[in-house]
Design a protein around this ligand. Structure first.
Ligand code: ACO
Length: 324
């Protein structure tokens, strides 16, 4: 008997304000055409003034709980991935806990930038497999619009705000790749790549939140190489290959990165959930958003084999193989 962390519910929330590419044309030397062709992004959502990461996360959490048919009191833990927490402390996860009315269990944040949700899933899986929790709410929530330099055309057109969440629940499996739930995880980071993608501020340096700085073409090169490698490694650990994959649900940063990774995994684009055109890069929120949208579109169904893969600042990257 093997304990598996099975997805019982999924949900998402996007702030009301939609920002089309055309809005950037008015104040920057850029065009809708450039943004679409280089990134696949057509629009993104930005949070309203006063709307915080934990507000978005709580709404996604409530949607995931409703989908699971569970109440907040049924949860043992919340793991929230974000780089844009409401405050330096406490953890945004505890603010979500308060907003959804959960007073039991424990809650903490995970910081692995765009790879955050993959790291959070792996942590939640470990909590469940080690018997420390039976039901874990895993959230990715971001308000990246708050750390963008709106004068820098190379970064500000790429990101958006949003949140997604899944409820994981312990279930008995046979220990084979036919089980539902998380089958394998593969995580990496290498801090020597710090300067490729970082925020130029923080508590113990400038005392300010800072803004995103990125060497886009270098990140692009690492992304294509490392995402396919980690996805293959996770599939190997599960005893599976690209041919077994029903859906790649990738981090949504750039359509060209998504397509190049799928090609390296020999998975056709018809089997990739793509939401980047509507959400932009929502960092740690992008995979749970895509899982929720993919299910709502009727793409993801019970029993499907899913590979999620992501890379972000650090660099940090990883993949999770799960059967829905
Ligand atoms: N509009 C018009 N021109 C632009 C824009 C813009 N919004 N942004 C950059 N350019 C210009 C550059 O200034 C450069 O001009 P130059 O040749 O005169 O110097 C030219 O376009 C080419 O720049 P590159 O950076 O080489 O363009 P590239 O084809 O690599 O595309 C992009 C840039 C879209 C940022 C790409 O590198 C990318 O997507 N990288 C991945 C970065 C990413 O997604 N990071 C998110 C976090 S990590 C992750 O999630 C994977």
């Amino acid at each position: 008997m093997t304990i598996r962390a099975v997805v019982r519910g999924v949900g998402h929330y996007l702030p009301a304000r939609v920002v089309p590419n055309a809005e950037f044309e008015t104040r920057l030397d850029t065009t809708d055409e450039w943004i679409r062709t280089r990134t696949g992004i057509e629009r993104r959502h930005f949070a309203a003034e006063g709307e915080t990461t934990s507000d978005l996360g709580a709404k996604a959490a409530e949607a995931a709980l409703a989908d699971a048919g569970l109440a907040a009191a049924d949860l043992d833990a919340i793991v929230l991935a974000t780089s844009t927490a409401d405050l330096t402390f406490p953890a945004a996860a505890t603010m979500v806990q308060q907003k959804i009315g959960m007073t039991n269990g424990f809650a903490f944040d995970v910081q692995a930038v765009c790879a955050g949700f993959v790291f959070a899933l792996a942590n939640a899986n470990a909590l469940i497999q080690s018997g420390q929790a039976r039901r874990v709410l895993v959230i990715g929530a971001e308000t990246f619009s708050r750390i963008l330099d709106f004068e820098d055309r190379g970064t500000c057109v790429l990101f958006g705000d949003g949140a997604g969440a899944v409820v994981l629940e312990a279930a008995e499996g046979k220990g084979t790749a036919a089980d539902r739930g998380i089958l394998a995880t593969d995580l990496h980071s290498d801090g020597s790549y710090r300067d490729l993608l970082y925020v130029d501020g923080g508590v113990s340096t400038t005392g300010t939140a800072g803004q995103v700085r990125m060497q886009g073409n270098q990140v692009f090169r690492h992304a294509v190489e490392k995402l396919a490698e980690t996805a293959h490694a996770a599939l190997d650990k599960a005893g599976l290959s690209g041919a077994d994959v029903d859906w790649i649900v990738p981090h949504q940063a750039n359509l060209r990165i998504i397509a190049a990774t799928a090609q390296r995994m020999q998975v056709p684009m018809e089997r990739v959930v793509v939401t980047v055109q509507d959400h932009g890069n929502t960092s740690a929120a992008s995979i749970p958003l895509a899982l929720s949208v993919g299910k709502a579109r009727g793409q993801i169904k019970e029993g499907d084999l899913i590979v999620t893969e992501a890379i972000g600042g650090g660099l940090s990257w990883g993949a999770v193989v799960l059967r829905w």
